[in-house]
Design a protein around this ligand. Structure first.
Ligand code: SF4
Length: 274
């Protein structure tokens, strides 16, 4: 079985459209979109549009929870008190104190996609995988993000990188290709509304296009450092959504000319931001 991991952003969308044109040989059997239930509406719109453009099924899955609700409630995907986002941390005296361990990608994207693949194979949750099983998972990593190429964590899944090995393209080339074919449409990086890996310019986009979601992100960011929120109560550090380690609303006003912050390069196996 061949499966596209579909984030709904620039690269995975272009990869789907190229696959539909048979540019990578045999078409994939499925594209799977893991919905964290905290994506901007532009991503959901794009997924729906893409369904009308490709002949293979686009399947939406999730872990049954809302990352937004879990972050607000200060719990992880098991409902236990925790902070799953890679928030930026300072000591109480303001000294930078690293980034929180990211669990959201695994719990809200990787695991739901793996479980959906098992379901599509007809494998029950605790059933072992046959040694004959081989899944080829296509990830939309481009040449400029090649450091994100990583082997699969599952022996029965192997990763394939069509935008590196078949038709090498960087992210800008993907955008140019798409803009030439679909000038009336716009693609953005797929990321949860409150993803700490947003650049200031990306936050400004959210503020302009999704004002309610932006206002909520500002409130959530402030919540991390106040009252009984678990990020404040448990960590003994201050947590911020913005990489400047400042309140979100202040940080994005400072400078939004920086190049895109791409913390996805750190550890993500190609399931976020594509
Ligand atoms: S887009 Fe950001 S917040 Fe969402 S799962 Fe990925 S790393 Fe986490």
């Amino acid at each position: 079985m061949r499966v596209i991991s579909l984030g709904g952003g620039v690269q995975s969308t272009v990869m789907c459209l190229l696959a539909e044109q048979n540019e990578f040989g045999v078409k994939p059997d499925y594209a799977i979109f893991a919905d964290t239930r905290w994506e901007p509406s532009s991503v959901y719109d794009n997924i729906e549009w893409l369904r009308s453009q490709v002949s293979f099924p686009i399947v939406t899955t999730s872990n049954g929870r809302s990352l937004r609700d879990d972050v607000i409630n200060g719990v992880n995907a098991q409902g236990n008190p925790w902070m799953t986002l890679p928030v930026f941390l300072t000591e109480r005296n303001g000294e930078p104190a690293g980034i929180n361990w990211r669990q959201c990608t695994k719990n809200y994207k990787l695991d739901p996609i793996r479980r959906k693949v098992q379901e599509l194979l007809g494998v029950k949750p605790r059933q072992s995988i046959s040694t004959e099983t081989h899944i080829e998972m296509w990830l939309g990593i481009t040449t400029d993000e090649a450091m994100r190429v990583k082997p699969s964590r599952n022996w029965w899944i192997s990763h394939r990188y069509p935008l590196i090995d078949d038709i090498p393209m960087d992210r800008d080339e993907c955008k140019e290709w798409f803009d030439a074919l679909y000038p009336e449409r716009e693609l953005t990086r797929s990321a949860c509304v409150g993803c700490p890996f947003r650049s200031s310019s990306s936050w400004l986009d959210i503020r302009a296009n999704e004002p309610d979601m932006y206002e909520e992100a500002v409130r959530i960011d402030a919540m991390f450092r106040s009252g009984e929120h678990n990020a404040n109560r448990m960590f003994r550090k201050q947590a911020y959504l913005h990489y400047r380690r400042m309140p979100l609303e202040e940080a994005i006003e400072l400078d939004h000319t920086e190049r895109e912050v791409n913390g996805f390069n750190n550890e993500c196996e190609g399931h976020c931001g594509l």
